[in-house]
Ligand binder design. Sequence first.
Ligand code: OOG
Ligand code: MG
Length: 254
Amino acid sequence: MIALDEIAGALDRAACDATAIPQWSGDQALSVETAYAVQARLVAVRHARGHRQIGIKMGFTSRAKMRQMGVSEMIWGRLTEDMRVDDGDEIELSRYVHPRIEPEVAFLLKSNLAGRVSGAEALAAVEAVAPAMEIIDSRYESFKFNLADVIADNASSSGFVVGGWRPKDIPLGHLGVILEVDGRVRQIGSTADILGHPLRSLVAAAALIGAAGETLRPGDIVMAGGVTAAEPLAPGISVRAVVEQLGQVTIRTV
Ligand code: OOG
Ligand code: MG
């Protein structure tokens, strides 16, 4: 029997101490189902520290991300309050193992959403959309993992920053996206890189959450997944993502 709490505990300590651990392998190799159970326990530990869940993140919804990490199935993870970074804020890199950043699109929900829904039904549950960036930080050595490992590690979630909320009637299908480091363009993509349309990521999120017996709720944030490959974060830089028509979002590192 694999001890779920032991694995969740090791991942939580790795995050708290900003120290990488080996992947689960051999006797401890995880199934996808077990991995989601570990993730739930890992996040329950954060809840016990008083950090409320405020949404979810989708992972591997673009080819660029799948290619960069060698994982080709969609995953999801949980976002807690303490992961939120305000637009324009500075983050302290010593809190992370080997953080990276990627441009995303975020949805803010105004009603419950779960299960099999159409694009129109998903959009009806949306209050607003925003440009966003996710800070991912694998707790595994060398940022290497397989599908189950990354699921157990809460899909590498470690921070997210959302720009100003914009009306959901802005067509989201083909908006240019850039990621800049110190004013230099490092990554270029399109919102179409997210499953052809970011709304498809929300549809997939509803299906995955529903299958897990959970529900997205009003006020929840859903991160649609990285548009481009992620860029490593180094100290003393400024990172900006710009999404055509939606605006921009920035963080600085120390
Ligand atoms: C895993 C999480 C994937 C995304 O947006 O595709 C993800 C990782 O890349 O470490 O956040
Ligand atoms: Mg991401």
